[in-house]
Design a protein. Structure first.
Length: 748
């Protein structure tokens, strides 16, 4: 059988050394088999009856199989010499496996015995003969004892090496088949080599199929890092040099040995924060420093795979050890057994396994995960906060440097200030915008590439922001622009000034140093106050359109709860999701939730005041735009007004503004009769913009029903309906020269 392997090895020069070592190891097993067979033959009778052929193994077949062993093995009849230390050839994978898991010579003998039938079924036939059972073509403890043990004490030690808590089984190198009846002795149960270990020993380097869906293996390359800042790079380099043994730094990539020779020198790095791209680049950088591959674990995929968590984690650590890889646990928060708790904990099974881990493990976490791991590994924490404005601009420049031209309207300063995206999101948004531009080029058939526009980038930014806020609030699709908004000049100027906070935030906070002077309050909190229909919601839509942000209107009925503490929880969810959604938050009728704090007379008053205080605190910490709209400003708590960055009054429009609203509300496509007199309506009826919009729309439907252009008769009728709706009496005389139109018969 070893002769066959020698022939095969000649065609695979790249694995020559490993095959030679394996052949040498198998020669030792061959000697043990020959000795065991000779001992067995000396106790058997003369031949077998022909009627038994097929139920037993003929000695002639055994002689043929033994002759195939060949090679350099010299049979030593009756040899039961103790297994010597240093068993196995240097350079072979079996010897490497022994070194990786610190196995004894007896444990190596067990592995070699279970491995042999995977090369050639000749071994399986010989195993059946030695065990005097034609059905036992597999390894058992009884066979191992027959081959490698000479005393009862040796056999007891072999038995202990196959116990459930022994290294061979704890490291999932092999298993003992428990599918047989519990009454069967362990001596007769199959000893099964793990499929991944079998593949490894046979020279295959595929990922363990049991966990391959959760793993990704990469060889770090020297490349420019977009999200990892130089200070973190330097810190990681110093960390490696100061905490790792010297032999680690000189290992070649893919070296088949442990990443760290001493468990006390294991390294755990907790990478905390939202910047996932920076974490991955840091992991690649550290892997490059160590000259090792990076094994990425998709933690959420692993947890949702349905496999037993402890065994899956054991397999992952085993895979990293086999490859000498740095281990990176992406989205490690998913590993927490209780996701909603305030301080999620690392699973006890993983913490226990890491306590004896001698490699390098990196954990991508966002929450305040409990980080205690008992044992010797060195544990350090690195912060990866959301990128600053300067860093985001660099990320945008790096992401858009892909060959596709940029349109002249692209404003990176606005993108940087309006969208607080992470490196991952910026990279994805840039790719999405690039795809849109490519499709536009293909659709138009143009010879030159269509440039990426500002609209492409803003749409992509919104798409790649967190969409979780839609569960807690109603998304408003902005349709209005500055051209639709009619306000007194000073109020309009105040609204335009709000945009300056977003457009020039990076300049003021980063370059001019105001970021160091303000621990909080870097967002924009504004109060819109005024009667219904005066344009508060429209103004919010105009701002969202101008800045390219998404607008979410908060449903107060879903926020306020009669249960103590629930309102604060709901507000926390809204602000947290809003922060990662890069959205404007619009609290309509805010006085119903955030009214004046009252004198504390009972527990309900006290908790109501706590809710108000909590909102103030959370608004100050929010980096985006928060708009509180109220119909009655006097009902709001004074503390709110003092802490607002701005308060804009939306008054009832005066005659000039009403006239402008009448004109702007009609689309250019709408057919108007020549008798329409907007000046009279603006002068005679003191209506809000919302009322005028309702009247215009109602008149349009009246005209459509009549099949004529929109005329005074339709508008007069719509004005009457609007006054009836709001509970105001209106007489024919109120229409002055157009009173006769009130007598026009309405359709049945």
């Amino acid at each position: 059988m070893t002769n066959q392997l020698e022939k095969a090895s000649g065609t695979e020069k790249d694995r020559g050394t490993a095959i030679d070592a394996l052949i040498s190891d198998l020669h030792i097993l061959d000697q043990r088999l020959q000795a065991a067979i000779e001992r067995l033959n000396s106790t058997l009778g003369e031949g077998i009856d022909s009627s038994q052929r097929g139920l037993v193994i003929d000695e002639g077949d055994v002689d043929l199989w033994l002759s195939n062993l060949g090679g350099e093995a010299t049979p030593r009849a009756g040899s039961t010499d103790a297994i010597k230390p240093g068993f196995g050839r240097e350079g072979g994978r079996l010897a490497t496996l022994v070194a990786l898991f610190n196995l004894s010579p007896r444990e190596q003998a067990i592995l070699l015995t279970t491995l042999a039938p995977e090369f050639d079924l000749t071994y399986a036939n010989l195993y059946a003969y030695v065990q005097d059972d034609v059905t036992k073509k597999y390894t058992t403890l009884d066979l191992i004892n027959a081959l490698w043990c000479s005393t009862p004490a040796d056999k007891l030690e072999m038995r202990s090496l196959l116990a459930p808590g022994a290294p061979l089984r704890q490291n999932l190198l092999l298993s003992v088949d428990d599918s047989t009846t519990l009454s069967s002795p362990i001596l007769t149960r199959p000893v099964i080599l793990d499929p991944r270990i079998t593949s490894y020993l046979l020279g295959a380097d595929d990922l363990d199929p049991a966990i391959a869906a959760s793993l990704r293996l990469i060889e770090p390359q020297v490349r420019p890092y977009a999200a990892l800042n130089p200070k973190q790079m330097d810190s990681l380099a110093r960390l490696v040099k100061s905490n790792l043994p010297a032999n680690v730094k000189t290992l070649r990539p893919g070296a088949p040995q442990a990443a760290f020779s001493d468990p006390d020198n294991g390294l755990l790095v907790w990478m905390r924060g939202p910047e996932k791209l920076g974490k991955r680049e840091a992991a690649e950088h550290l892997s490059h420093i160590l000259g090792r591959p990076l094994l990425i674990v998709e933690s959420s995929t692993l947890i949702n795979s349905g496999s037993e968590p402890r065994k899956a984690m054991q397999r992952i650590l085993r895979e990293a050890r086999l490859r000498g890889a740095v281990l990176y646990w992406a989205n490690a928060d998913a590993l927490s057994p209780v996701r909603e708790q305030t301080t999620p904990e690392l699973p006890q099974d993983l913490a226990y396994l890491l306590s004896d881990w001698s490699g390098c493990s990196l954990f991508d976490i966002q929450s305040a995960m409990a980080l205690h791991v008992p044992g010797g590994p060195t544990a350090v924490e690195l912060d990866f906060p959301a990128p600053s404005n300067d860093r985001r601009r660099l990320l945008w420049e790096h992401a858009l440097n892909g060959g596709t031209p940029l349109a002249a309207d692209v404003d990176l300063s606005l993108l940087t200030g309006a969208f607080k995206l992470t490196g991952d999101q910026i990279s994805a948004a840039a790719d999405s915008a690039r795809h849109v531009a490519t499709w536009r080029t293909a659709s138009s058939g143009a010879k030159e590439d269509s440039p990426i526009t500002m609209r492409d980038l803003m749409t992509a930014c919104r798409a790649h922001s967190n969409q979780g806020l839609g569960v807690l609030a109603r998304k408003v699709i902005p349709v209005y622009t500055w051209a639709d908004l009619v306000l007194p000049g000073e109020r309009l100027a105040q609204l335009r000034e709000m945009c300056l906070h977003i457009r020039y935030g990076p300049l003021v906070f980063e370059e001019w140093g105001f970021d160091r002077k303000l621990a909080r309050g870097k967002g924009l909190n504004v109060l819109f106050a005024g009667p219904p229909g005066t344009g508060k919601t429209m103004a919010a839509e105009v701002l969202a359109t101008d800045l390219g942000l998404e607008l979410y209107k908060i449903d107060l009925s879903g926020v306020v709860s009669k249960y103590i503490g629930e309102t604060e929880k709901n507000l926390e969810k809204i602000f947290h999701e809003g922060q990662t959604s890069n959205a404007m938050l619009f609290f309509d009728e805010a006085d119903s939730l955030f009214g004046k704090r009252s004198e504390v007379k009972d527990s309900h008053d006290r908790y109501a005041n706590l809710e108000t205080s909590y909102l103030l605190q959370r608004m100050e910490e929010y980096d985006g735009i928060v708009i509180l709209a109220t119909n009655l400003r006097k009902n709001l708590d004074d503390a709110f007004i003092r802490r607002m960055h701005g308060a804009i009054e939306f008054p009832m429009p005066e005659e000039p503004d009403r006239l402008e609203i009448w004109h702007r509300t009609f689309p250019l496509e709408a057919p108007l009769a020549e008798d329409v007199d907007f000046t009279y309506f603006a002068k005679r009826f003191k209506l809000s913009g919302g009322n005028i919009k309702n009247i215009v729309l109602e008149a349009a439907f009246f005209a459509a029903d009549a099949g004529t252009p929109i005329s005074m008769v339709h508008l007069v009728r719509a004005v009457r309906r609007e006054h009836q709706k709001i509970g105001k009496l209106i007489h024919a005389d109120d229409f002055g020269p157009y009173a006769y139109l009130t007598k026009v018969e309405e359709p049945a």
